[in-house]
Design a protein around this ligand. Structure first.
Ligand code: TRP
Length: 452
């Protein structure tokens, strides 16, 4: 038996615990809030196809790569990349991939927390029966009122950030591992219920058509970039979150099988959310391209009219909050782990400092929905800027770097040792990670830059 390393931050109690945590990280606002609205903004079917393709050729191989690197390095992404580049005898500057990832996670969390705060505000609205028998216009007004109110948004953003940091403080085996165990299946059940309601709206077919009937004339290079970026975003890839989680993974757990499960569950949740939402959009003559408010302007309509809607609405927003929470902790974990390793500070201190900094940036994001709405750079407000910079640029580039590292820098034998795959499986992964994934990201960027 070879001696293998263990992380100083602890280890998941089992393979199942890792699956829960990683699925918890993957399934979040990206699936339920972001996927539907960007699909709506980018014309539907063709966008969905590109997204699914990216999950297959980029998401799955790169997730395998991230977990592999993480488990081999057993530290925060920055130190893992450093250790592994030494081990592989390559330039130590590969650690900058870890740095960029840490910054990306930080920038994402700043706006992620604001949106998660909206879902908390909606728990209260659901509780007070604000959706009951409301029409589309009233539901829209409810959302607009929240957008116009920075104080309320900051309140919820603060509450969410505190909840996140509380759980990050507990370390990897904290309470969330237990909570996610039943919250995820519950979220799944409510989504199925919502799909059932969508079927009764009379616009189900129209919704399905919008989602799954591709019209490639509707997408351009930027839409392809958004779809690709979202594949990274929704699987939590490209910034080291999954690498950090992988570093707590016990040895001899099958990385490939685990990855298939996570990617499968994540994709199903996103598609269900889309199937639940678009029929509501068409049945109520709403705009598919309504933007970040889309779920908040559609789903309450279903809850306001279906039987048992009060309870399901309440449960839905509570579950959405937990789904966001189990994602947000992975956004900041790389930074916290690094602070603990390198700055010789306690975990709780690391949490307070990184959380506070992230919170401050989030306040700016809140303002970008009201008092700073017209403050634009490259035609984007702060929220849009952070989203574009992270999801469309930093994550794909980070993912590409991880692919290149795993495919070209790391010794084949080391990768084999971690993956323990049958030969054909290993060859297939190796081929994807060496050639297909980096080339795909590169081509999309060339296309966006107009070179191609
Ligand atoms: N995947 C999560 C979602 O879909 C968001 C998320 C969590 C994330 N950790 C991440 C995105 C790391 C990118 C990188 O909601």
């Amino acid at each position: 038996m070879t001696e293998k390393t263990q992380s100083i931050h602890g280890q998941w109690s089992s393979r199942f615990a890792f699956i829960l945590a990683a699925t918890g990280s993957a399934v979040g606002l990206g699936n339920i809030w972001k996927f539907p609205y960007i699909t709506g903004e980018n014309g539907g079917g063709a966008f969905v196809m590109v997204y699914l393709l990216c999950i297959a050729v980029l998401g799955i191989p790169i997730m395998i790569a991230e977990i592999t690197l993480g488990r081999r390095g057993r530290q925060s992404p920055i130190n893992t990349m450093q250790t592994l580049s030494e081990e592989s005898g390559v330039d130590p500057r590969w650690q900058y991939v870890g740095w960029a990832g840490m910054i990306a996670g930080f920038l994402i969390l700043a706006y992620y927390s604001v949106i998660a705060g909206w879902s908390m505000a909606y728990i209260v609205k659901a509780f007070f029966g604000n959706f009951i028998n409301s029409d589309a216009e009233e539901i829209q007004r409810l959302f607009e009122n929240l957008m116009a109110n920075p104080v309320q948004q900051i309140f919820w953003h603060t509450a969410f950030m505190m909840a996140t940091m509380y759980f990050v403080m507990q370390g990897v085996q904290g309470g969330l591992e237990k909570a996610v165990r039943f919250l995820m299946p519950a979220l799944f059940v409510i989504l199925i219920l919502l799909v059932g309601y969508a079927m009764s709206t009379g616009a189900y077919e129209q919704g399905m058509n919008f989602l799954f009937n591709p019209d490639f004339s509707k997408i351009d290079a930027d839409a392809v970039l958004t779809a690709m970026g979202h594949a990274f975003f929704t699987l939590s890839l490209g910034m080291g979150a999954i690498m950090a989680y992988g570093s707590y993974l016990p040895n001899h757990v099958s990385i490939a099988k685990t990855t298939f499960f996570i990617a499968g569950a994540d994709t199903v949740v996103a598609l269900l959310a889309g199937i639940a939402i678009f029929p509501l959009v068409f049945a109520n003559n709403l705009e598919a391209s309504a933007g970040p408010g889309l779920i908040f302007q559609t789903l309450p309509l279903a809850f306001g009219h279906m039987s048992g809607g009060w309870l399901f609405g309440l449960l839905f927003f509570i579950l959405l909050f937990f789904a966001a929470l189990s994602s947000s902790i992975s956004l900041i974990e790389p930074a916290v782990a690094w602070l603990v390793e390198n700055k010789n500070i306690e975990r709780h201190q690391a949490c307070v400092w990184s959380g506070a900094a992230c919170w401050a940036l989030g306040v700016g994001v809140v303002f970008s929905f009201n008092i700073w709405a017209d403050l634009k750079l490259f035609d984007k407000n702060l929220f849009e800027l952070l989203d574009y910079l992270t999801a469309n640029l930093m994550l794909p580039l980070g993912g590409m770097a991880i692919a290149v590292f795993a495919g070209w820098m790391m010794k084949t034998q080391h990768a084999e040792q971690e993956l323990e795959l049958p030969a054909e499986g290993f060859q297939a992964w190796r081929f994807l990670i060496k050639y297909v994934s980096p080339a795909a990201v590169f081509l999309v960027f060339l296309h966006v830059l107009g070179v191609l």
